[in-house]
Design a protein around this ligand. Sequence first.
Ligand code: TMP
Length: 212
Amino acid sequence: MNLMKEGCFITIEGTEGVGKSTNVEFIRQYLSDKGIDLRLTREPGGTPLAEEIRELLLQPREEVVSDDAEILLVFAARAQHINQVIIPSLQRGQWVLSDRFIDATFAYQGAGRGISWNRIQQLEQYVLGDLRPDLTFLLDLPVDIGMERAEKRGALDRFEQEKHDFFEKVRQGYHHRLRAEPERFALIDAAQSLDNVQQQIAAVLAEKLDVM
Ligand code: TMP
């Protein structure tokens, strides 16, 4: 696929309870103030079909969900999202901000569930082609603090019901991705005050706007 994209593709990642939603809203407002036409979206989800797959993935259920079924549902939703939303928006010159994307699969299904990175890279190649984020914010927080925050939000989804060890592996998975591609990532310490977090995010965005 010849991508020929004009807009900038930004993703935001992190374990449960790191404050993604608040900061997604901050990024949206910041870019809107700068006159950027932004498409805000999320994974799993972002289209009606992909949102239905999200429901299937997040719903707690008695049946054990096999790791392969889980990752293939994630990529099915992603294929729809990329083709219907991400690529058309970028080609129109919009910027795209996705609340989670491919790094979440390496972190959750790879590091968390234990699916080999080689296997995930094969699916990545198949479904993403040349598409990769231009910039990824990784909000980082000790697992215990994040889990406590997530629990306060109410009923836990199928992923949030996982135990501490699982999220520790997920967090390490994200750090592994960061070490492999440090130039793409902006690591944000989410344990700081919200003001500091947002100052850091704004500085990264200002630099990005400068070079675009
Ligand atoms: P969230 O949007 O509230 O963060 O919930 C999405 C959940 O889906 C979250 O627990 C992480 C999980 N997920 C994966 O396991 N793999 C993926 O590739 C993505 C995008 C999300």
